[in-house]
Design a protein around this ligand. Structure first.
Ligand SMILES: Nc1ncnc2c1ncn2[C@@H]1O[C@H](COP(=O)(O)OP(=O)(O)OP(=O)(O)O)[C@@H](O)[C@H]1O
Length: 284
């Protein structure tokens, strides 16, 4: 597939305010790790598809930003990519394999390769499980058959300690329950859960929306550091255009289920932007 996302981009936005990128800290290749082709999903009884004929590629090591107003289909797209929901048509090629129609045992080996961090960490963590047990769960479900390259599973305690360390949390938190952590700490735990089985792609669905401004900045920085150190690829979904710009090398804009604009992050303020992108910039 040769989509416009494969275009290279370099340089900085020479403009003021929150949209200035201070450095191109984000190195990525042009080898796609995820290729989405003509994906559509219509909910029963709906007049319009929630996701309508969407195609894009995510390159290895890249952060691709996805912005659009509430209800445009971002989360539906995320759930389809994770195979939490079925798409009606289209392909989801992950590491060379189309997983869109795989099920059961045939899907299982591919589940590890794509993980998600949701907006609300309180809902994402089982309140009855200690943090250590929440962290170990994905490994026990999906990771036992794989050889980890960044983390080592020598014992449950050692593995949990490494994950907590990776997200800059003290190991004492392992024995606590989710309600005994702050919101920022809980979100770091959900990030650790997502990366602990070393996925190829992490979908970040509004990962900082429930956090205060200071925690938001710290979590975004952590995510950027992890992407670099673990070689992860992100689809970063957010309403927050400044955060998307800060995190991403390329940005796609969704409206009413469709992609209406796509560009290198350094071209966010360029004259040729779609009128809808300009509207989003102006209201932000
Ligand atoms: N389970 C569902 N059943 C029926 N319709 C749904 C369901 N989930 C979402 N929708 C509809 O699909 C459309 C896209 O919703 P979606 O949640 O994907 O948007 P979004 O861009 O993620 O919104 P937000 O930013 O508010 O989370 C909306 O019209 C929504 O009402």
């Amino acid at each position: 597939m040769n989509t416009p996302e494969h275009e290279e981009h370099t340089g900085l936005i020479q403009d003021g305010g929150s949209f200035v990128k201070d450095q191109d800290h984000c190195k990525s290749s042009t080898t796609p790790v995820l290729e989405v082709g003509r994906l559509s999903r219509t909910y029963a009884g709906a007049d319009h598809p929630a996701v309508n004929d969407i195609s894009f590629a995510l390159n290895r090591g890249e952060c691709l930003g996805l912005v659009g107003e509430s209800g445009c289909g971002k989360s539906t797209l995320a759930r389809c990519l994770l195979r939490i929901e079925d798409s009606d048509t289209g392909s989801i090629v992950l590491g060379g394999q189309d997983i869109a129609r795989l099920n059961g045992r045939r899907l299982r080996p591919h589940r590890r390769k794509i993980q998600i961090v949701f907006q609300n960490p309180a809902a994402a963590l089982n309140p009855k499980l200690k943090i250590a047990d929440s962290l170990i769960d994905p490994y026990e479900q999906l990771g036992r058959d794989i050889k980890l390259s960044h983390f080592a599973y020598t014992s449950k305690d050692a593995y949990v300690r490494q994950l907590l360390d990776a997200v800059e949390l003290p190991s004492e938190l392992a024995e606590r329950y989710p309600h005994e952590l702050s919101g920022g700490q809980r979100q770091r735990v959900t990030i650790a859960r997502a990366i602990g089985i070393e996925p190829e792609v992490v979908v970040l669905d509004e990962p900082t929306a429930s956090l205060d401004v200071i925690s938001q900045g710290a979590v975004l920085q952590l995510l950027t550091d992890l992407r670099t150190s673990l070689g992860l690829s992100y689809l970063f979904i957010s309403h927050d255009l400044a955060a998307v710009h800060r995190m991403s090398q390329r940005i796609i804009v969704m409206r009413e289920g469709q992609i209406v604009d796509r560009f290198g992050a350094d071209m966010l303020l360029a004259e040729e932007r779609h009128p809808y992108t300009k509207e989003l910039i102006s209201i932000f």
